[in-house]
Write a protein that binds this ligand. Structure first.
Ligand SMILES: [Zn+2]
Length: 253
């Protein structure tokens, strides 16, 4: 009996040892996994922190706002709200990737100086203030976000505009134009277009800057898409990725 009892005790001991070993292994795995995760996060974060200083600030300019609605869709919706929704989405995407993002407006307002009277003067003050924001950063890239309009409703598709005020703007426009084609508008054959001082912000900005006309509100089909939340997100993602590609190509070590 004693021997049998001993055997039972031994079995119990083995079982306990086995349970202990399994428990230890699980704890060890959890510890290793946790340290890998937190260590991984740490290195990603510190990389982002160290390179964030070297990267340009991204300035997003949602066109129009307040008393200035911009162009109007076939169903009466002005572009100002569409521009703001897309720009806000671009900001959120880029911020989550670690970029410093500044918006010239984040509400439905004109940013003219208080006390300026008359729509014409307010519009001029608004543009002056947008330019002042853009040019207040030593190292920046800027995108003005607009929707297009034309008398002939058949025209559609995004088009990028730039001026030669910064030598990199043409390349920026090219990358963004291609991004639209690759991501959401495979039929788009438009080419980037250089402009003069008729596009005030592009002409006088001190940094690489483009104007993204995301599509035509005068085209019934595209107008409907541009007012669709899912499509707006796709446009925003496209713009965000265009900015990332341009920065990676021209600013990374
Ligand atoms: Zn516009």
């Amino acid at each position: 009996m004693k021997n049998v009892g001993d055997m039972r005790d031994m079995k119990k001991l083995y079982r306990k040892l086995r349970q202990f070993a399994v428990l230890t292994a699980v704890v060890a795995l959890v510890v290793v996994a946790f340290s890998l995760i937190s260590g991984g996060n740490k290195s990603v974060r510190s990389d982002a922190e160290s390179s964030a200083d070297d990267l340009p600030v991204v300035i997003l300019d949602p066109g129009h706002g307040g008393m200035d609605g911009g162009c109007v869709a076939v169903n009466g919706v002005p572009e100002k709200g569409i521009n703001l929704t897309i720009a806000t989405e671009v900001r959120d995407i880029l911020s989550s990737l670690g970029y410093q993002v500044v918006m010239t407006r984040d509400r439905d307002i004109s940013i003219h100086d208080s006390g300026v009277e008359g729509v014409g003067n307010q519009k001029k003050s608004d543009m002056d203030n947008r330019l002042a924001i853009i040019n207040s950063y030593e190292k920046a890239v800027a995108v003005s976000i607009h929707q297009n309009q034309f008398t002939d409703p058949k025209f559609c598709g995004a088009q990028m505009f730039y001026s030669n005020s910064d030598p990199l703007s043409a390349r920026f426009a090219q990358i963004m134009q291609e991004k639209f084609v690759t991501n959401i508008q495979p039929e788009n054959t438009r080419e980037t277009k250089q402009v003069g001082d008729e596009l005030f912000l592009l002409y006088y900005s001190n940094c690489p800057m483009i104007m993204s006309e995301c599509g035509f509100l005068s085209n019934p089909e595209e107008s409907e898409k541009l007012q669709n939340e899912q499509y707006q997100k796709q446009v925003a993602f496209t713009i965000a990725m265009g900015i990332v590609d341009f920065i990676n190509e021209n600013y990374q070590a």
